[in-house]
Design a protein around this ligand. Structure first.
Ligand SMILES: *Cc1c(COP(=O)(O)O)cnc(C)c1O
Length: 422
C-alpha cells in the first residue's frame, strides 16, 4: 500500500469507529479517546499505527502488560482443553486458584474463595456476606465518602459518591457513608453495623491513601462491635501496591477481601475471599454465577499470579514505584504538587485543574495515563516495567507537563494584566 492509501485507509477506519461509537454503542460512556488495535508489553497501537506507552494498563488490569507469553499460552491452552462447564461441576484450575489466593492473602486454612467475573460482582457477593452476617439485627453497612465499589445496584449503594446515585435512586437501603477518619468511624460504629467496606487506597477518588492508622483502628473497632471488616482490593490487589494485597502493608487481618482487575491480567475474573468465621456464612444455594470460576478464567488467573510470583513482580512494583516517584519529582514541573500512592498505583496531584490538558498532551507525546479528577493523574503501569519504560515515561510526561505549563502560563499572564488595568 502507498503511504497515501495507508492514510486514506486509516481515515476511513477513524471515521468508521467514531460512527460506530455514535450510532451503535449505548451512550453510557464518554467518547473514547481513541481506538486501539494491538498491544505488546507496555506498548499499544491505535488504528492509525501510532504507538503509545501504556502506563494505565486498562486501569490496573494488565498485571503482565499486553500479550505476555504466559497469558497468551494460558488462554490458548485452557481454551483448547476446557473453557466452561457450569457450577454443577468443579474443575482443577478453580481449586488450584482458590488455594493460591488463600496462600497469598494469608487466610489460613479457614479461608474460602468465591469466584465471579468482575469487581462489582465481587462486591455484590461481599454485600450479601454482610447481610448474612447482619442476620436481620445488624442492618447498617458503613463505607467511606468518595469510595468506589462498582456500578451494579448493590455496589453502587456502597459507592460513596452521591452524584453517581442520584439518577438511579432509590438506592439499596442500609448503607451509610462516613468520612475516612478514625473519629467518624468511632462515632458511627455500634452493634447495629454489619460491616465496614474500605479500599486501602481510593483509586477512583484520585489515588487517595487512608489516613495513617485507619485500617488498624478499623480492625479494632469492627472487632469490638462485632462487624465485618471487608477490604475492597479490586484495584490494590494482585501485587499492584508492592504487597500481594494492599491491607498487608498494615499488618491487620480482614474478614473478607474482594478482588478483580489485576487478578486476571486482562481476563475477566473477580473473587470474594473470606477469613475465619466469615467463611461459614454462605450456604448452598445462597449465591452463584454462571460464568464465575470457570476453568478458562481461573486457569488464566492462576497463570498470571504464578508469573507475578515467579518473576518477583510484587517486589518489582515496590521498587519501581519508588523509582517512578523519584522520576516524576525529578521533572521539577511547577504543575506537580506531589506524588502519592503505593507501588505502581500512583497519583500525581497537580497545582492547577489541568489534568485533562496534561492527559491530552501526554497522548500527543505517545503516553497513556488517566485523570480521575481535574487536578490528579493516575498512573498504573504493568508490574513488569523496568528502567527503559520508566525513562521513556519520564521523558514523555516531562514534555506533556511542559506543554501544558506553557499554555497555562500564557493564559494566566493576560488575565493578570487585565486585572491590573481594571
Ligand atoms: C474498578 C473497581 C471496582 C469495580 O470493578 P468492575 O470490574 O469495574 O466492576 C470496585 N472497586 C474498586 C476499588 C475498583 O477499583
Amino acid at each position: 500500500m502507498s503511504e497515501q492509501m495507508n492514510d486514506m485507509h486509516a481515515d476511513g477506519q477513524q471515521a468508521d469507529w467514531q460512527r460506530g461509537i455514535e450510532e451503535d454503542m449505548l451512550r453510557n460512556l464518554a467518547m473514547p479517546l481513541m481506538q486501539l488495535v494491538r498491544g505488546e508489553g507496555s506498548s499499544v497501537w491505535d488504528s492509525e499505527g501510532n504507538r503509545y506507552l501504556d502506563f494505565l494498563s486498562g486501569i490496573a488490569v494488565l498485571s503482565l502488560g499486553h500479550a505476555h507469553p504466559v497469558f497468551v499460552e494460558a488462554v490458548s491452552s485452557q481454551a483448547a482443553t476446557l473453557a466452561h462447564v457450569s457450577n454443577y461441576f468443579s474443575t482443577p484450575p478453580q481449586i488450584a486458584l482458590a488455594r493460591t489466593i488463600k496462600r497469598l492473602a494469608e487466610t489460613g486454612p479457614e479461608g474460602r474463595v468465591y469466584f465471579c467475573n468482575s469487581g462489582t460482582e465481587a462486591n455484590e457477593a461481599a454485600f450479601k456476606l454482610a447481610r448474612l452476617h447482619g442476620g436481620g439485627t445488624r442492618s447498617r453497612i458503613l463505607t467511606l465518602n468518595r469510595s468506589f465499589h462498582g456500578r451494579t445496584m448493590g455496589a453502587l449503594a456502597l459507592t460513596g459518591q452521591p452524584a453517581l446515585h442520584e439518577p438511579f435512586a432509590p438506592m439499596v437501603p442500609g448503607v451509610e457513608h462516613i468520612d475516612a477518619t478514625i473519629e467518624a468511624l468511632e462515632a458511627s460504629i455500634d452493634e447495629t453495623v454489619a460491616a465496614l467496606f474500605v479500599e486501602p487506597i481510593q483509586g477512583e477518588a484520585g489515588v487517595l491513601p487512608l489516613p495513617q492508622g485507619f485500617l488498624q483502628a478499623a480492625r479494632e473497632l469492627t472487632e469490638r462491635h462485632g462487624a465485618l471488616l471487608i477490604i475492597d482490593e479490586i484495584q490494590t490487589g494482585a501485587g499492584r501496591t508492592g504487597a500481594w494485597f494492599g491491607f498487608q502493608h498494615s499488618g491487620i487481618t480482614p474478614d473478607a477481601i474482594t478482588l478483580a482487575k489485576g487478578l486476571g491480567g486482562g481476563f475477566p475474573i473477580g473473587a470474594l475471599v473470606t477469613y475465619g468465621r466469615a467463611s461459614e456464612l454462605f450456604s448452598p444455594g445462597s449465591h452463584g454465577s454462571t460464568f464465575g470460576g470457570n476453568p478458562l478464567a481461573t486457569h488464566v488467573a492462576g497463570a498470571v499470579l504464578g508469573e507475578i510470583e515467579r518473576a518477583g513482580l510484587v517486589q518489582n512494583a515496590a521498587e519501581r514505584g519508588v523509582q517512578m516517584r523519584e522520576a516524576i519529582e525529578a521533572i521539577g514541573s511547577p504543575l506537580v504538587e506531589n506524588v502519592r500512592g503505593a507501588g505502581l498505583l500512583l497519583g500525581v496531584a497537580l497545582t492547577a485543574p489541568v489534568a485533562k490538558q496534561v492527559l491530552a498532551a501526554a497522548q500527543a507525546h505517545g503516553l497513556i495515563v488517566n485523570a480521575p479528577g481535574e487536578n490528579i493523574l493516575r498512573i498504573a503501569p504493568a508490574l513488569t516495567i523496568g528502567d527503559a519504560e520508566i525513562a521513556e515515561f519520564a521523558q514523555k510526561l516531562a514534555a506533556a507537563l511542559a506543554d501544558v505549563q506553557r499554555a497555562h502560563a500564557a493564559e494566566a499572564a493576560p488575565a493578570a494584566a487585565t486585572e491590573e488595568t481594571a
